[in-house]
Structures are given as structure tokens and as C-alpha cells.
Design a protein around this ligand. Structure first.
Ligand SMILES: [Zn+2]
Length: 238
């Protein structure tokens, strides 16, 4: 039987290594895009923490500014009150009184703004703390996932290098006639597999019925034979 022929077994071994090699190449093609996508997702998460912290910080700084303005306005009022003690004329006293009233008005405005800011600060602090806690943990998990993906990629690259050497060695052991048929098939068949067993007189590569000539060539003449539909090398597993 052709299937049991050591030369044919060598060809099957080459075929299975070639297929593994192609799968690795396909997988490795996706690696850079996979890693870039994971990096982008990590960045989005990190940015959302940064935004929450920036919002909180900005509100704290608005509060500080208002606080300073209120202190300075109170200082100015105290100064005007001192001047009131020194002035003699009633009009001057009244003018200072008006200035004080306007300063107090300003203080009231600042205090109202401050209440609003303080209310927002509570919410922003909570959001930032939640973001820092939950998202930091999520980022750590995502980075872990990314590193795993990268290290699997590295392993695959090594495996591929190893496999290419094995394929070179395997090719040396394949009968030259078999090898040249096989190499021709890999060029004409658009997709692997390049070798397919026949079952129920159907080629398992294209799932079409093969002719009696093909079956006879495989079983009776025991020759290396191609499917008359798709061109793959066909064989019977026995
Ligand atoms: Zn076929």
C-alpha cells in the first residue's frame, strides 16, 4: 500500500509540518495588531484615571483660589474699617461704608461659588478614588494579558524557527519524485491541505467525488495521485 510506504509517510510528515508552519506564520501576522490593540485599551483605561484625577485636582485648586480671594477681601474690609475710625467727614465715612458693602457683596458671591465647588469636589473625589482603585486593578490585569500574549508570540517565533529547520531536514528524506509533485501541488492548490485522504470515493480536501481512475491509481497502481477535481494529492488510509 502506498499509504504504508515509508517514502509516502515521509511526505505526510512534511505535509503536517508545512501546515503547522503556515498556521504559525498566520498567527504571528496577527501578533503586532493584537499587541497594539491591547496597548490602546490599556491607554484608554489609564487616561480615564488621569482625567478623573485632573478633574478632582482642578476643583481643589478652584476652591483654594476662592478661599484666598475671600481672605483677601476680608483683609480689605478690615482696612476700610480702620480708615473709618480715622475719617472726620460724614461723606467720607459713608463712601467707605459703600466700599465695604461692595466688598461684602463680592465675598458672598465667592462663598456661593465655593459651596458649588465643594459639592462637586465630593463627587469628583469619589469618582477619582473609584477610578484609581478599580481601573488600576483592571490595567494591571490587562497588562498581564498583554505580556502573556507577547510571550506566547515569542515562543511561537522560536517554534517557527525550529520548525523551519525540521522542514528542511524532512525534505531531504522525501523521495524526489514525491517531493516535486508535492511542491507543484502547493503552488496550484490555493489553500491547504495539499494532501487529502479519500473516503467514500470523495476527496476530503474538496469534498467532491473522485473518478474511478483516481481510485484505481491509488489502490491498484499504488501511485502518487492527484484529485481530478482540486489537484490535491489523494491517498487511502490503509
Ligand atoms: Zn479534491
Amino acid at each position: 500500500m502506498l499509504f504504508q510506504d515509508p517514502d509516502f509517510q515521509n511526505l505526510l510528515l512534511l505535509h503536517s509540518r508545512d501546515r503547522r508552519c503556515q498556521k504559525l506564520i498566520e498567527e504571528l501576522k496577527e501578533l503586532p495588531e493584537d499587541l497594539a490593540r491591547l496597548d490602546r485599551n490599556i491607554d484608554v483605561e489609564k487616561k480615564s484615571v488621569e482625567l478623573a484625577l485632573a478633574e478632582w485636582k482642578s476643583l481643589e485648586s478652584q476652591n483654594n483660589t476662592l478661599e484666598k480671594e475671600i481672605l483677601s477681601l476680608n483683609d480689605q474690609i478690615a482696612k476700610q474699617r480702620n480708615r473709618q475710625l480715622e475719617v472726620k467727614k460724614n461723606e467720607e465715612y459713608q463712601a467707605l461704608e459703600n466700599e465695604i458693602a461692595s466688598l461684602q457683596q463680592k465675598i458672598e458671591e465667592r462663598e456661593n461659588q465655593q459651596i458649588e465647588v465643594l459639592l462637586k469636589i465630593d463627587g469628583a473625589r469619589e469618582t477619582a478614588e473609584i477610578a484609581q482603585g478599580k481601573i488600576t486593578q483592571r490595567v494591571a490585569e490587562m497588562e498581564d494579558q498583554r505580556n502573556k500574549r507577547a510571550s506566547i508570540g515569542e515562543e511561537r517565533k522560536l517554534e517557527l524557527e525550529e520548525l523551519k529547520k525540521e522542514i528542511e531536514e524532512t525534505r531531504k528524506g522525501v523521495d524526489p519524485t514525491f517531493l516535486s509533485t508535492y511542491d507543484r501541488v502547493t503552488k496550484i492548490v490555493s489553500r491547504p491541505p495539499y494532501m487529502a485522504p479519500i473516503a467514500d470515493q470523495k476527496c476530503s480536501g474538496c469534498h467532491l467525488r473522485v473518478s474511478n481512475d483516481v481510485v484505481s491509481s491509488v489502490l491498484v497502481e499504488k501511485k502518487i495521485t492527484q484529485c481530478d477535481q482540486c489537484g490535491r494529492i489523494v491517498y487511502v488510509e490503509r
